[in-house]
Design a protein around this ligand. Structure first.
Ligand code: NAI
Length: 355
């Protein structure tokens, strides 16, 4: 498997994930590939071709976070990977974990986010640029509308094709994981021709899955429901931007970014990564919570058909959280990244030994 340690806390938590996965006995040979800030400084690009080639070869990757420096001209490595490998669905489970404070006793939500379109498609026009001036003229003649001269513009494309495949993916996922309801979030009353396509396409495709309940909900109301009655939600299917925001909101309900795993999936390739970023404020201090990437590793093992190793990791994480003896500072403890990972790995070995 390709392993991209990443920036900031990435190398620390990636090492922790390797330690825990090794403890399950799963035979993984890692093809370690550097990407991110250090590579950019050395080679002039944060994402050398060999990284993409490695993932194409191995088909599956585990990745630490990669920083996107603001305003340097570098394209986000994360967005580039999703586009290059056509990883059109992001899967982000939010499960209430034992021992962690939460306002709600039962949270078990999976967010599936469309990963390639919407306002993240990268179609942008800089304020004051000649291109934006031409676009403003076109818009004035086509729509009779004036875009303010001091505005910047980002375009929001949402296609039937792009929506159809993520809807099929989401309903298949619901079936395979025994989830009974898919809730689509949108703002189709305002953005009729972008969110409208998402909503209508989802509703049409849902008819092919009569065994899975389908509902739609405006995104603002959905945010309220996530915060106030998360137990009424099962699988959320969202366009790119809403999915990004709502999945962090869900992570906040179950213990924060330190415990939120994720996957970016397409028909051909799979890239597993924690939801969190490179956390520059705690990088190098040994204070990062390894659980998010460890649980991302468990998702990867499931994907590889190593379901037993995945279950052992989840059980081990839950035991360590329940016992509260080796928690990192974000969870109120004093353990180091390595200390918590070691405790999880020891539990995994214990579970396997007693099986
Ligand atoms: P962040 O997720 O790195 O940090 C937000 C807060 O959460 C910080 O206080 C951080 O210390 C804390 N945190 C995050 N992960 C943690 C962990 N495992 N254990 C304990 N605390 C943790 O988000 P931020 O600061 O907005 O982004 C930093 C950089 O990461 C940016 O360059 C951003 O572009 C990048 N990023 C990369 C992602 C990826 O590679 N998929 C995802 C999100 C952000």
């Amino acid at each position: 498997m390709t392993l991209i340690p990443g920036d900031g806390i990435g190398p620390e938590v990636s090492e922790a994930a390797r330690m825990v996965i090794a403890a399950t006995g799963a035979q993984i040979e890692w093809d370690i590939q550097e990407a991110g800030a250090a590579v950019a400084a050395r080679e002039g690009t944060p994402l050398p071709d060999r990284v993409i080639e490695s993932i194409r070869r191995n088909r599956t990757a585990l990745k630490g976070p990669i920083a996107t420096p603001v305003g340097t001209g570098f394209r986000s490595v994360n967005v580039a990977l999703r586009q290059e490998l056509d990883l059109f669905a992001a899967v982000r489970p939010a499960l209430k974990l034992p021992g962690l404070p939460s306002r709600h006793p039962r949270v078990d939500i999976v967010v599936i986010r469309e990963n390639t379109e919407d306002l993240y498609a990268g179609i942008e026009f800089e304020r004051g640029s000649a291109e934006l001036q031409r676009l403003r003229d076109e818009l004035r003649s086509l729509a009779g509308l004036d875009v303010p001269a001091d505005a910047g513009v980002t375009v929001k494309p949402i296609s039937i094709t792009g929506t159809r495949r993520v809807v099929a993916f989401a309903f298949d996922f619901a079936r395979r994981h025994g989830r009974g309801k898919v809730t689509v979030g949108h703002k189709a009353n305002i953005m009729r021709f972008s969110d409208g396509v998402f909503l209508r396409t989802a509703a049409e495709e849902a008819a092919a899955y009569p065994d899975v309940e389908f509902e739609s909900c405006q995104i603002d109301e959905l945010a309220l429901r996530v915060a106030s009655e998360p137990e009424s939600l099962d699988l959320l299917l969202l366009p790119n931007l809403y999915g990004d925001i709502v999945s962090d909101l869900c992570a906040g309900l179950v213990g924060g970014l330190g415990v939120a795993p994720g996957a970016n999936l397409g028909w051909e390739y799979a890239l597993f990564e924690p939801v969190h970023g490179s956390a520059p404020d705690i990088a190098g201090k040994g204070a990062a919570n390894p659980v998010a990437i460890v649980l991302s590793g468990a998702m990867m093992l499931d994907h590889l058909g190593e379901g037993r190793a995945a279950r052992v990791i989840r059980d081990a994480v839950q035991s360590v959280l329940r016992e509260s003896s080796a928690l990192t500072p974000d969870l109120g403890g004093t353990a180091s990244t390595e200390g918590m990972a070691r405790a999880i790995a020891d539990k995994a070995a214990e579970v396997l030994g007693s099986a």
